[in-house]
Write a protein that binds this ligand. Sequence first.
Ligand code: PXP
Length: 246
Amino acid sequence: MTRLRLGVNIDHVATIRNARGGAFPDPVRAASLAAAAGADGITAHLREDRRHISDDDIDRLVREIDLPLNLEMAATPEMLEIALRHRPHAACIVPEKREERTTEGGIDAAGLHDRLAPLVRALRDNGTRVSLFVEADRRHLDAAKSLGAPVVELHTGAYCDSRGADRQRHLAAIREAAAYGTQIGLEVHAGHGLSYDTVAPIAAIAQMRELNIGHFLIGEAIFVGLEAAIARMRQLMDMARDGVHQ
Ligand code: PXP
């Protein structure tokens, strides 16, 4: 099976920094450690309220880190201007509500088609690879395709938060969406809420090309260090790809 890329989301290093308003811990240092630990990319969400990652963080990530940057962004004129200026390797369009604790669902790619079209086009024309963060639902994959976005990232939050038969149902939907997305020519990624306990079935999906993981890794880093946490996640992903069951 193709090697699965791991994008490490460093937002919550900035959450801890911002709790005291100073300069540490530094998310750019986390990005550099992630690179040393075998991450394939760095993911950061510049939220409209700047609750974790700041404009200066994005500026430094672009200048100081060699790994490809995946900028998560809301579909707003302000974020578009920032993305066009920094020209990250990839931009993942996410829905954003100020009152939410984290990105709660996928973007309504089908319903927002006409609003998203100029944004996707502007990013693409500027050389950024656009991905849409969507629920595992064919309607949104079809919309991504018709918008000309080359990538979809499937939301794994509901799969991670559920148990038993419910989790199996969410997993089946993610599998089906990965197969369908690939069939219509999209590259399929996944992320949100993944941990050591939930990553293997997602990593084992043959069509999957990239996982973006943050909160769990930053939490685990408190106990074992960031490099060890990333190395363990990488190992679990590789074992799942190789059909090794833990
Ligand atoms: N992918 C997307 C599109 C996200 O919005 C997030 C959360 O910022 C993640 C992946 C990573 O999720 P988590 O921090 O729960 O691992």
